[in-house]
Structures are given as structure tokens and as C-alpha cells.
Design a protein around this ligand. Structure first.
Ligand code: DGL
Length: 260
């Protein structure tokens, strides 16, 4: 079984890629919506949540856990790898492909404050961004909008304009989505950016990396069709709405609210 978790519903954008690549695998997804957002929480608070959710997923027989949250990866992945016996896959800020593909040599990154503070992000910058200019923008408020199911409202566009216009004005031609909630805003981002930016979502690369680890560790399911379970620690309505948008065949019974 592949365990996945995020501070909320955002990691569903990663589940979409994982499930698309490995439809026969079993997945258990935990949205920590009761504790969302993680973006401005301390690293210790995030580690505490990541620890509890990982324990829960391992009790449910997870063979591997995907931390489908950039902020939780930044704060907790080292701890998780050290304290639990299963492999963990985290979200990598996609600076490398953006740097390679950028023609203007200027790249925008939209992420949470927690992600920008993490050593993972700083290491990625040192490794891949020495020849480009990176414009960092925190997306305050966007996670909350996605959590409440607002993905294309006027409110979303207004906030996106505030964040994206300065990136465009600075001459960027690529926008790295450094938070797993943001792929749900792609249509609104495209509308605001009006072709000025190519959007880079790291989720497909993370799904490929997960598949590689699964193959290397021989934990590929041999069943014909996998089961997908979705658990929320808080409000489950947006989780249902986003999953159903991606896959209509998920049964109502596969959703549950649980205290973790
Ligand atoms: N999806 C999380 C991420 O990728 C959102 C963080 C938050 O809850 O603020 O960073």
C-alpha cells in the first residue's frame, strides 16, 4: 500500500499522478485538514503531525509513504526517514527543470514561507540556480482558498494577480509550483499569466520517482485493481469534490473523517 499525506487536500494533485501511473496499487491518502495550513507553523509542530500521520499509515500497512506536501517535506522528511522503517518520498522544488528550460534566465517560485525556509530549498538553489535569477513569492491565503473548495473564483484571481504580476514584471518565463495545493489553481494562474509563464508542477516527476522506489523494493501490487481510501482529519467536502473531479468512480464509502 502507498500512504500519502498532505496538510490538506493539495496532495490529491500528487495522488492523481501516482494513481495514473500505478492504477493497480492500493492508496491511503490522509488530508490533515484540521491542522491546515502548515505554511506558517513551526518545524516542530509539523514534525509532530507528520510523525502521527506516518504512524497511522504504517499501522494501515503502508509499504512506502509519499509526503505530498512541500512544507512538510522541508520540515520533517529527515526526521521521518530516521525514525520509521519504510521509504519516504518528498516533494522537490522543481528549480532544476525550470532553470534548464528558461529562456529569460528568470524563474518564479510560488511556495509557502515554510518551504522557502527549509534547507532542501536552499540546497536546490545552490545546486541548480547559480546561473539564473529566482523570484520567490509566498502564496499566503491560497492554501486556505483551495481548502474551502475555491479554485476559480474571482477572489482566487485577485490574490494570484497580486503574487504573479510582480513575477511577470521581473521578466520570468517559468513559474515553479512549490506547493501541492497550487496545481488546482492552474486554470486561474493561466488566466492571470496570459501566456507569459510556463507552469512547472513537480508532481509527475515525484510519481515517477515513487514508482522507481517501489520497483527497486519489490512492493508492486500484483492485484488487478487497487483500492483508494481518503481520510481527512477535518472537513471532508473539498477532498470529495477534488477526488471526484479527477476520478468519478471513487465510492462514497472510501471517504472517512478520522482524528489522528
Ligand atoms: N500542500 C502544502 C505544500 O505543498 C501546503 C502547505 C500549507 O498547508 O500551508 O506546501
Amino acid at each position: 500500500m502507498i500512504g500519502i499525506f498532505d496538510s490538506g487536500v493539495g496532495g490529491i494533485s500528487v495522488w492523481k499522478e501516482l494513481h495514473g501511473l500505478m492504477p493497480n496499487q492500493d492508496f491511503v491518502y490522509v488530508a490533515d485538514s484540521a491542522y491546515c495550513p502548515y505554511g506558517r507553523k513551526s518545524a516542530d509542530e509539523i514534525i509532530e503531525r507528520a510523525k502521527k500521520i506516518s504512524e497511522f499509515l504504517i499501522k494501515k500497512n503502508a509499504d512506502i509513504i509519499v509526503v505530498a506536501c512541500n512544507t512538510a517535506t522541508a520540515a520533517a522528511i529527515k526526521y521521518l526517514r530516521l525514525h520509521f522503517p519504510v521509504p519516504f518520498v518528498g516533494m522537490e522544488p522543481a528549480i532544476k527543470p525550470a532553470a534548464i528550460e528558461s529562456k529569460s534566465g528568470i524563474v518564479g517560485v510560488l511556495a509557502t514561507a515554510g518551504t522557502f525556509k527549509g534547507s532542501l530549498y536552499l540546497n536546490t538553489l545552490t545546486k541548480f540556480a547559480s546561473n539564473i535569477k529566482v523570484i520567490e513569492q509566498t502564496g499566503d491565503g491560497l492554501v486556505e482558498l483551495v481548502e474551502s473548495g475555491k479554485i476559480c473564483e474571482h477572489e482566487v484571481e485577485l490574490l494570484l494577480k497580486k503574487y504573479i504580476n510582480p513575477i511577470i514584471d521581473a521578466g520570468a518565463d517559468k513559474l515553479v509550483l512549490g506547493c501541492t495545493h497550487y496545481p488546482f489553481l492552474v486554470e486561474a494562474i493561466k488566466k492571470v499569466a496570459n501566456n507569459a509563464l510556463t507552469i512547472i508542477n513537480p508532481a509527475p516527476a515525484v510519481a515517477l520517482q515513487t514508482q522507481k522506489i517501489i520497483n527497486d523494493n519489490n512492493i508492486m501490487s500484483t492485484k488487478n485493481s487497487g483500492t483508494n481510501i481518503f481520510i481527512s482529519t477535518g472537513n471532508i467536502e473539498t477532498l470529495k469534490m477534488l477526488v471526484n473531479k479527477i476520478n468519478h468512480s471513487v465510492n462514497e464509502h472510501n471517504f472517512a473523517v478520522q482524528n489522528i
